[in-house]
Design a protein around this ligand. Structure first.
Ligand code: MEV
Length: 303
């Protein structure tokens, strides 16, 4: 028995989504797969390569969801195609994959909405009070305009239809930046200069709403422009780095309609470029030794 949790990219609106502004996010075709086999008691089997604190955290998070699912008699193993703490929603995908397989094993409702509702328990163990955009996008596997309900890790969402294929190139840059740290450091700056930061968050939220309209209108040039402006505002918020900026400019130089960091940002992480056809740029970057891949987030697929 298997459960899949998709990774995600945020096209517009990371961080400001934490403060109640909309974000535009879509699922990657890569993610985490959880596999369950019958066992005497409900347990998570982890690879020996993990550190003791990592094992403790994962076991605690798994146990929270296992209890909610009625502790079905299965042993669960996890396989991830996503790098950890690089802005691609690996923890949300892990939570969704585990929850999905546990609900299936228990013979319970495993609809995307129910998976999202329970996977939140695991996400909270990892991140405290996330906006909820990561695990919701992972569970629903749709392009979403998501707006957090104040103080909660759930929100209102609109599923967007794209008349055109929405393809991104994802490039990995530098070292991992744990989301908790970047979100926490930004919160300190925001608490110190609330008016200035609130102004920027609002502007980013407006870009996300404009980007959602551009998607529905099939105006990828307008979406790309919104991504470029969003990148400028993320840098203004102190969330970018020289390495991330270099990659942003590299992707634009390779023909991206728009390029920006995605996820938490920080010293390293992921950069996305919106491309009509990403493959030539993927090939060029792979030849240059850059870790990258392409994924279609929404829209009609080639037959
Ligand atoms: C992380 O993928 C997205 C952030 O906006 C955090 C969150 O939404 O909880 C940085």
């Amino acid at each position: 028995m298997e459960g899949f949790g998709a990774g995600k990219v945020i096209l517009l609106g990371e961080h400001s989504v934490v403060y109640g502004h909309p974000a535009l996010a879509g699922p990657l075709s890569y993610g985490v797969t959880a596999r369950a086999v019958p066992a005497k008691r409900c347990q998570l089997s982890l690879p020996g390569t993990l550190s003791r604190p990592q094992r403790a955290l994962l076991t605690r998070a798994f146990q929270r969801v296992a209890t909610l699912c009625g502790e079905p008699g299965v042993k669960v193993t996890l396989e991830s195609e996503l790098p950890l703490s690089m802005g691609l929603g690996s923890s949300g995908a892990l939570a969704v994959a585990s929850t999905r397989v546990l609900l299936k094993a228990a013979g319970r409702d495993d609809s995307p909405q129910e998976v999202a509702r329970l996977a939140l328990e695991m996400e909270q163990e990892f991140h405290g009070t996330p906006s909820g955009v990561d695990h919701t996008t992972s569970a629903l596997e749709k392009l979403l305009l998501y707006k957090r309900t104040p103080g909660q890790s759930t929100g209102r969402l609109k599923v967007l239809k794209s008349p055109r294929p929405l393809k991104v190139l994802v490039a990995l840059v530098g070292d991992r930046s744990p989301t908790k740290h970047t979100v926490g450091a930004l919160r300190e700056r925001q608490a110190r200069w609330p008016e200035r930061y609130t102004r920027l968050f609002k502007q980013i939220g407006t870009l996300a709403a404009e980007g959602a309209k551009a998607v529905e209108d099939g105006d990828l040039e307008a979406l790309g422009d919104a991504m470029n402006v969003n990148q400028g505002l993320l840098a203004a918020l102190g969330l970018s780095s020289p390495q991330l900026e270099d990659m942003v400019y590299r992707l634009r130089g390779l023909g991206a309609l728009g390029a920006k960091l995605t996820g938490a940002g920080g010293d390293g992480g992921a950069v996305i470029g919106l491309f009509l056809e990403p493959e030539p740029a993927v090939k060029k970057l792979l030849d240059d030794g850059v870790r990258c891949f392409s994924s279609q987030l929404a829209g009609p697929r080639a037959l």
